[in-house]
Each structure stands twice: as structure tokens, then as C-alpha cells.
Design a protein. Structure first.
Length: 277
């Protein structure tokens, strides 16, 4: 059952002691519900009264001009904003019915809610070690298990055939598009039910962009994907539902086809037709 939080929460710093004291195991689902979310960076009110229901095993896109709050909102789902000094959040955020700002292990949350960033950020180590990094962090040490996870994750990212003979080579020697797909494989290696993608193709060429879009379309049968994009054509190509943000508010949210063919608000219409943004 969802409920709006009455008290404001000041985001604590994440450390080992805090995590240990909060360690409660949950089986996170793949759907997200947000009720009356507000977020401040100091005195700046970045998110304003956001309500949204994000279905499982679908692709949801967030669109809007720069600075509208879409990336800030995305980072709430795995508590990346905990790391920002002065960040304050109110409202209710649940993943699979679990209050993610309650007494949970944040590391467990981030294991279940993976994230891919705007620019490829492979670690300066081998392809194999990049993908195995997360599982090792979560206690998997047996080589045969790691081998299985690495192969499965690279297959999910449609990279196994490309990289099976380069597993011991540095990940930094890959192309930009390959590095980004490797980062997706690295996120998938932890076995998340939800994958957050913050403009994952903005720095890539059209061919690499197409491969990642195809990958998202394949992955949505297994996991929930939420993507922030400035590319409205990309939103129409791959997303099932779209949310339009403006000045920290969720102006409109619904089925992608309906939003782009018959927007409900004048602001949405003006944005998707290129009159601003």
C-alpha cells in the first residue's frame, strides 16, 4: 500500500556503518510507484509534486529540455542523490511495493536497480573484469560462476561474439559504442530487475545508437527500462510510455503513441513540435 510521507527526509551519507545497521533483505519487484515527490538541492526546488506509476517490463522515456529535472528524478530510483550534499526529498518512492527510502540496504537496492550513464565509463581493466566487477563485489568468487555470469551478460548485451576472444584485453581499447554496451553488460551482470539509462546514446554515432535501441527492445521482456533522452524520435521508436518534464514538474505522462499524436497539454504540444527546448 502506498502512502505519502509526512515528514521531510534529509538524505544521509552512505557509509559501511549506516548500510550495516539498515541491512534488511527485500525482494524488489520491477514496477515503480511515486507519490507526491519533491526534491530540493539546498534552496532550489528541483522536483515538484511528482506522481507516477511505471509498469514493469516496459520501456518508459523521460523527455524535456535541459534542467527540467528528468535526470534528477531518474537518480531517485536508486538513491544516487544520497551522494549529493544538501539534497532533501519528500514523498513516497516504492519499487515492487518496497519503500526504498525506508530501512533498506542501499547496496541491495542498487544491485536491483542498475544504471548506465551518459558517457561510457568502463573501468581501466579487462573486459572480463569489468563485467565481473559487480558479482565479485556481491560475494561471488568462484571462477566458473563468474565465467557464466560474464558470458550471459555479454550475450544479453549482444556482445559475446564480438568480445569472446578479447575478454582479457583492456576495455579502454573498445570503440565508444562498444564501451557503452559493455557498461550495459556490466550493469546486467548484477541481475537487476530495473535498468536506468541517462541519455545512453547522446555521445554515440547512429549505428551504435541503433544497436543500443535494439538491445533495449530485447531486454524489456525481462526487465523494466527507464531512459532519459533529449531525442524525441528515440522516445517514439523504443518507449511504451513517455513522461514530459518541465521546470521540475511532470507535465504529462501516458502512452507514447498517444502523447506524440494527441498531446493533452499545450506545453507538451509546443515541446514535441520544436517550438521550445
Amino acid at each position: 500500500m502506498l502512502f505519502a510521507r509526512k515528514k521531510e527526509m534529509v538524505m544521509p551519507a552512505v557509509n559501511a556503518e549506516t548500510t550495516k545497521s539498515r541491512r534488511t533483505q527485500f525482494n524488489f519487484g520491477r514496477d515503480i510507484s511515486v507519490v507526491n515527490a519533491n526534491l530540493w538541492y539546498g534552496d532550489f526546488h528541483a522536483l515538484k509534486n511528482v506522481d507516477i506509476e511505471i509498469p514493469e517490463r516496459k520501456i518508459t522515456a523521460f523527455i524535456g529540455p535541459s534542467g527540467c529535472g528528468k535526470s534528477t528524478f531518474l537518480k531517485c530510483f536508486n538513491r544516487m542523490n544520497d551522494l549529493v550534499e544538501g539534497c532533501r526529498i519528500t514523498g513516497s518512492f516504492t519499487v515492487g511495493g518496497v519503500d526504498i527510502y525506508g530501512k533498506i540496504d542501499v547496496n541491495e537496492l542498487r544491485k536491483n536497480v542498475g544504471m548506465v550513464f551518459q558517457k561510457p565509463n568502463p573501468f581501466p581493466m579487462s573486459v572480463y573484469d569489468n563485467v565481473a566487477y559487480g558479482p565479485r563485489t556481491f560475494g561471488i568468487k568462484k571462477r566458473s560462476e563468474l565465467d557464466e555470469i560474464v558470458e550471459r551478460s555479454l550475450r544479453q548485451a549482444a556482445m559475446w561474439e564480438e568480445l569472446k576472444d578479447r575478454l582479457n584485453k583492456s576495455a579502454l581499447g573498445l570503440s565508444g559504442g562498444q564501451q557503452q554496451r559493455l557498461c550495459i553488460a556490466r550493469a546486467l551482470a548484477a541481475g537487476p530487475g530495473i535498468l536506468l539509462m541517462d541519455e545512453p546514446t547522446s555521445a554515440l554515432d547512429p549505428i551504435s545508437t541503433g544497436k543500443i535501441e535494439d538491445l533495449c527492445d530485447e531486454l524489456k521482456s525481462e526487465i523494466t527500462i527507464i531512459i532519459v533522452t533529449h531525442n524525441m524520435q528515440q522516445a517514439t521508436r523504443i518507449s511504451n510510455r513517455t513522461g514530459f518534464f518541465l521546470l521540475g514538474e511532470l507535465v504529462e505522462y501516458g502512452e507514447t503513441v498517444e502523447m506524440f499524436s494527441d498531446p493533452k497539454t499545450e506545453q507538451t504540444k509546443n515541446y514535441i513540435t520544436g517550438r521550445f527546448g
